[in-house]
Design a protein around this ligand. Structure first.
Ligand code: SAH
Length: 348
């Protein structure tokens, strides 16, 4: 097995090159090629031919293929379906905002978390992505659109904290001076609430934004829609979130998908406001996106409005997430491998 060279940070690459008797600056040259999208060592024209050959014997360069690209006619949102080296497919979405372009990337092929409303988990977890495969989504989307991507959200397929080491390595790669150099403050990581991993992340003090998919303020409701709650319940999760804020100084953002008759009553809103009081946290309400296999329906506009009012009257910072790319199924929870594969057979 060849080493996945794009998953190495510059100091790690320097070490690997030193073992081949190459000076440090060579590692930097190669790192730059990799982080600007080189697909082969042959492209690295400032390296000697023998060195290019020696590198190709030891290392492999990941580079996904665009299997499918859809552009929203409504708002220009772009959805990519990538084919990875083992034939697996994952999706990313590029959204255009006034403050710049944001990419939503996948961290796993499938997902093991089993949330009742989410399409990504329907086929279970196939495998976790390598750091290079997360970086590639940003790199090749940027090359394809020809526009700089300034923000990243880890909210695509998969549970980022279930792929902890690779995700952290990816964050360091994409943040590195000689790489894409995207600031940690421009990155959001979303988790369903793997408490020990939230604590590990806090210890790293990375300055990114942590989003927590809460979706209910009480254990009965939350366990019904999110199996992870049976392992780490609401209060255990909220305690970890408070400690995260104390350790990093970064406020948590909570995601809450509004599901008709399940988590959208005034009682839920009041309890949520009580539990988050004084934390300065932000609640992002999401209109539930319809997933074909699920009986769950989005809340009515009236229930959504009442929910927002209760939260804001209680002093909770609340917004309703804008829907982008609705004509291309690019919204939260709609990305999934099976759909991708069906789409493929239709369009090839
Ligand atoms: N596993 C991570 C990140 C991926 S999901 C997490 O759970 O946070 C990104 C967000 O979309 C999460 O808040 C998730 O709960 C939400 N989501 C999933 N399915 C959805 C759906 N059908 N409608 C609206 N939001 C959904």
């Amino acid at each position: 097995m060849k080493t996945d060279i794009k998953s190495l940070l510059l100091p790690e690459l320097e070490q690997a090159l030193a073992q081949m008797g190459e000076p440090r600056f060579r590692a930097k040259q190669i790192y730059k090629w990799l982080h600007t999208g080189a697909r082969s060592f042959e492209e690295m024209t400032n390296l000697s031919k023998p060195l290019r050959g020696a590198l190709a014997e030891r290392f492999a360069i990941t580079a996904p293929e665009i299997l499918r690209k859809q552009v929203s006619r409504i708002d220009g949102t772009v959805k990519y379906l990538w084919r990875l080296r083992d034939g697996s497919a994952v999706e990313s979405v590029v959204m255009h905002y006034e403050h710049g372009n944001t990419i939503c990337i996948s961290t796993e092929v499938g997902c093991a978390m089993g949330c009742a409303f989410c399409a990504s988990t329907l086929g279970g977890l196939v495998r976790r992505l390598a750091p290079s495969e997360m970086l590639d989504q940003v790199l090749f989307a940027q090359l394809d659109t020809g526009e700089r991507i300034s923000n990243i959200v880890l909210m695509g397929i998969g549970e980022p904290l279930d792929n902890f080491d690779s995700v952290v390595q990816f964050l360091r790669l994409v943040n590195s001076d000689d790489g894409l150099h995207i600031g940690m403050r421009h990155i959001s990581l979303s988790t369903c609430g793997l408490v020990p991993r939230i604590r590990e992340l806090a210890a790293l003090d990375l300055q990114l934004t942590l989003s927590v998919s809460l979706h209910a303020p009480d254990n009965e409701t939350r366990s019904r829609i999110m199996p992870v709650n049976r392992r780490y319940d609401v209060d255990t999760l909220l305690a970890a979130c408070r400690d995260y804020f104390d350790a990093t100084g970064r406020r948590i953002s909570y995601e809450y998908a509004m599901i008709d008759g399940v988590n959208d009553t005034p009682q839920h809103a009041k309890l949520l406001a009580e539990k988050l009081a004084g934390t300065g946290s932000h609640v992002n309400l999401i209109r539930l996106n319809h997933v074909e296999e699920s009986p769950l329906k989005p809340s009515t506009p009236a229930h959504l409005k009442a929910f927002v009012e209760i939260l804001s009257e209680s002093g909770i910072n609340v917004t309703v997430r804008r829907r982008l790319g609705s004509d291309i199924d690019a919204s939260c929870g709609q990305l999934r491998r099976k759909t991708a594969m069906e789409d493929l057979t239709e369009h090839i």
